[in-house]
Design a protein around this ligand. Sequence first.
Ligand code: TTP
Ligand code: MN
Ligand code: MN
Ligand code: MN
Length: 377
Amino acid sequence: AVNDSEVTPFSVPSYACQRRSTLKNHNAVLTDSLSLLAENAELSDEDGRGVAFRRAAAVLKALPSAVTKMSQLKGLPCLGEHSLRVIKDILENGASSEVESTKESERFKALKVLTGIFGVGSKTADRWIREGIHNLQQLRDSGQTLNRAQQAGLEHYDDIKQPVSLAEAEAIRGIVGRAVASVSPEAQIVLTGGFRRGKLTGHDVDFLITHPEEGSEVGLMPKLVSWLESQGLLLYQKTTRNSYLEGSEGPGRPPSNIDRFERCLSIFKLSAGQTGRGVQSEETAASPSAAERRWRAVRVDLVVSPISQFAFALLGWTGSKLFERELRRWAGHEKGMSLSSHALYDNKQGRYIRASSEEEIFAHLGLEFIPPTERNA
Ligand code: TTP
Ligand code: MN
Ligand code: MN
Ligand code: MN
């Protein structure tokens, strides 16, 4: 047996954007538990606690082997007292009592179900729970007024909670590609989000669209959406126009974290024939089987960026969410810069720093380039 003094402690840099985080995870039991506590904190509007658990999980994801002893964690960053207690519980008892009781709590289960409806956030879910609504049937029976997004979300709940496969993402890539080509032949489209990071499934499919000639991207989104609608491909869509040059942001002002691109949050109607391997929705009492319907609903996000901001938009929409958060924290705390999905701003020099590739942005931030497949923090 190896005694404690022979256990080599792991070493990990403190910002997730300094690390290579692949999809390989040697500590899934620990990181699933910490992620569940993060999710519970986020759903309870405790974002600070949520981030702390996310950072702790990300450190464990980056380790080259499974943690077996608490002594191996000595000196690791981002592991707070609370996370360490959870880890210790799991290593010593096989499970964390806090994680198990959270998982079983009626409140957590209700928050998960209700926020699983597209268009429903934690505040709305919390209000409904206080009114005694804990599940979809109670929501349907309650007579609550639902907005258009929530109505679509409830209607397509079973499809949307079903993970999107890579084959389905590629099928949608083909459809959106044809749509873009027909409304703006020179425009370019890139798959972003989790699929760009090499994930084999996702909760949605994310696309970034740009045009090589600055300004020619203006008006592209409405044309694209009209084309898709005319083909009967959209079950729901809501387009938000570009507001980057309005309000507090725009040239001469440091960028905020919120991005203001023209975007379209949508639900696609994907036909079975379009993926070549049939729809993957499960048969339920509430909705007809996939075989009867021959299509499924898939969440799709479309974003249009001017070419001058494309590298920032690509970096910002590739994720993971924690990786993005850590990049901005690094920029602000270590470099005196503000990074957004639009720009990089040097606070001391009071000027924007141009970049036309992700590699240039990492270089300006003094970071080693991390490719998309290693941004799975
Ligand atoms: P998501 O699609 O939410 O996440 P994901 O693609 O990493 O994971 P999943 O497979 O579950 O879909 O977001 C993708 C990226 O887009 C994420 O890095 C953050 C960015 N993003 C914004 O910049 N602004 C937004 O309003 C949202 C929702 C996402
Ligand atoms: Mn690993
Ligand atoms: Mn996504
Ligand atoms: Mn998305």
